[in-house]
Design a protein around this ligand. Sequence first.
Ligand code: TRP
Ligand code: SF4
Length: 400
Amino acid sequence: MFADRVLSGMRPTGRLHIGHYHGALRNWVRLQEQYQCLYFVADWHALTTHYEEPENIADTAWEMVIDWLAAGLDPDRSTIFIQSRVPQHAELTLLLGMMAPVGWLERVPTYKDQQQKLADRDLATYGFLGYPLMQGADILIYRANLVPVGEDQVSHLELVRELARRFNNLYGREPGFEDKAKAAVKKLGSKKAKRYEVLRTAFQERGDEAALAEAKALLEDTQNLALGDRERLFGYLEGSRRVILPEPQALLTATPKVPGLDGQKMSKSYGNAIFLREEPAEVTKKIRTMQTDPARVRRSDAGNPERCPVWALHQIYSDEATRDWVTKGCTSAGIGCLDCKQPVIDAVIREQGPMRERAQPYLDDPQMVRNIVADGCERARELAEETMQDVREAMGLRYD
Ligand code: TRP
Ligand code: SF4
């Protein structure tokens, strides 16, 4: 509803691996070229499932932030912060909870799934049920419209959109809305005002989605509007309510699946991960001992790349010529597995060189990381507070 704003979060997991990098982080780094970005450590989210083991949260958070910086997140472009240091997230979670139907939360597919998957924990808690609601507050509090997430989070985003809609319906009502909206239209200046009216009519009378999109773009390009008028003009396009919390979109980018050293999904807890800033000797050792097509017992046995996790790494790290060489060499037993692995080893080490370099000053002086995050938290609190003032007022909680 304002300029495009990207927000995403990760639970504190400690050292990140190349699966995290190719699955999410690399995309985060790219997005900061184009958008205003906010990235945060979702430490309260960690407690929704791991409330019995809070010991490591802070340590794993700092380690993860170092990996973000190493991967290229630039604190001059992106706001990097920790969720629990921005208490407004808790306030919005609480307030959204007043109007969030319990049934909506129970129907989120990950709710039952995760309870079954993590059967060794008691997840019949209020916090776990409310987890997607808290995720909603994380996003809506920054009025972020673009949210890069994995497939598994799409249902959460759908819930967040429904919550925003319900919120605006309930609290975007105001006496004399029509008149106020019409007065706001005039403030656009006669040319833009005329266009706005034409587009609004096209949408309301004929459901013209392109007209709606153009009208939104027109508002986005208009700088000198007071916040209240902005909300009215957005709301007036579609109905008779202010849009206090705009609906976010999931930003799904095709990301490769990164297999672990044993061919299962890469995960620290499976012990099959290649970390982001791994010593080159360690990268070499790990990949050299990585599983291959089980049919290739001897060097003279032909193999099939489709049955080999190394092949998945070639998809990520190798160019077409190298991949051709692998396919031919593997299926004809023309190359050995160690030959085949070498270009991947080289590429991983090459990718990680600049990361190790960028991380070094932060490892030498951890205070630098603390400072970056302190600045990020302060900026995040300012942005969050702007929205909260509106939200409190809309929910009848203004006392001055
Ligand atoms: N739920 C996300 C995950 O487990 C992390 C997360 C929390 C998040 N809040 C968010 C992601 C807000 C995007 C936006 O991966
Ligand atoms: Fe896998 Fe390469 Fe060995 Fe074929 S040659 S089995 S693709 S490592």
